[in-house]
Design a protein around this ligand. Structure first.
Ligand SMILES: [Zn+2]
Length: 288
């Protein structure tokens, strides 16, 4: 028994050592800022989760800035600033359908000013996918390098029948001019494991989530819409069409998320979960 206990302790020590480098390589000074691009609300929960009952009264439209010594990174970009003055014109019936609320304080420049940045200070813009509440402001970063899954750009430009409603061509009309990294898989952005993008299709053909390993906080997963709600991940519930493009791929992507969550004891920040969002520190507060 004693020998087994020793072997067990040895294995635990080895595992702990194996898990250290990921954190140790994350540079000091790295910070994660959490924002919401206005809000949604007053729509049926069933739009986010098959069988969901009642209404969602308020939901965030999350996006993030990560400060890293090698450059500032944005993950998702919120709703197009044009929805501040013309929500119905830009979003059509979805603006009222999802209870979109945007004010001048939600404009991208005003949001970045909270943390002392301008749009030109963002070096990389990655999106979880190109839907209107995530790719809305990509055109505001013409000098950044844009990071997206290749088949997500194809889906945005030429959506499958029945899946076009959440893509607004005006959001990315100038995308041919972007300096673009088109992924077909995962990317370790700076080669230090501090920021990784993981391909996770299902919600859309080219969805991805971000894994951010912070020096003090540890691992945080930014889901975009790979999963909408904490409850959906815990109960394995997916959205109805058009919120699910491929059910099988979506379940696989949920599992991919759980492996990071459980393997690294990661926190998960969801794209639209009201309770999880309210419990997070919001910019200008930050995680380090
Ligand atoms: Zn969304």
């Amino acid at each position: 028994m004693k020998r087994q206990a020793l072997i067990g302790a040895g294995l635990v020590a080895l595992l702990l050592l194996a898990s250290l480098p990921a954190l140790a390589q994350s540079p000091a000074g790295m910070k994660l800022y959490v924002f919401t691009s206005g809000s949604l609300g007053g729509f049926p929960k069933g739009a986010l989760q098959i069988g969901g009952q009642g209404n969602i009264d308020w939901a965030p439209v999350s996006f993030y800035v990560i400060m890293h010594p090698k450059g500032n990174v944005m993950f998702d970009t919120g709703n197009n600033d044009k929805t501040i003055t013309d929500p119905d014109g830009w979003w059509g019936p979805l603006a009222k359908g999802f209870g979109l609320k945007m004010t001048q304080n939600d404009a991208m420049a005003a949001q970045l000013a909270k943390i002392g940045l301008k749009t030109s200070d963002i070096k990389y813009v990655a999106v979880g996918h190109m839907h209107l509440d995530h790719g809305g402001n990509v055109s505001q970063f013409p000098n950044a390098t844009f990071i997206v899954q290749n088949d997500e750009m194809k889906a945005a430009w030429w959506p499958d029948v029945g899946y076009s409603i959440y893509y607004i061509p005006g959001d990315f009309a100038d995308s041919k001019k972007y300096n673009m990294i088109r992924l077909d898989g995962d990317l370790d952005l700076f080669g230090d494991k501090s920021i990784e993008f993981r391909r996770a299709p299902g919600h859309t053909p080219g969805s991805q989530f971000a894994v951010v390993r912070l020096p003090k906080t540890g691992t945080v997963v930014l889901t975009s819409d790979v999963v909408y709600l904490k409850e959906s991940l815990e109960k394995n519930l997916i959205p109805p069409i058009p919120g699910t493009w491929s059910p099988g791929a979506m379940y696989d992507s949920y599992q991919k998320l759980r492996l990071v969550r459980d393997g690294e004891r990661a926190s998960i920040f969801y794209g639209h979960d009201p309770e999880v969002f309210k419990a997070t520190k919001q910019a200008p507060a930050y995680y380090e």
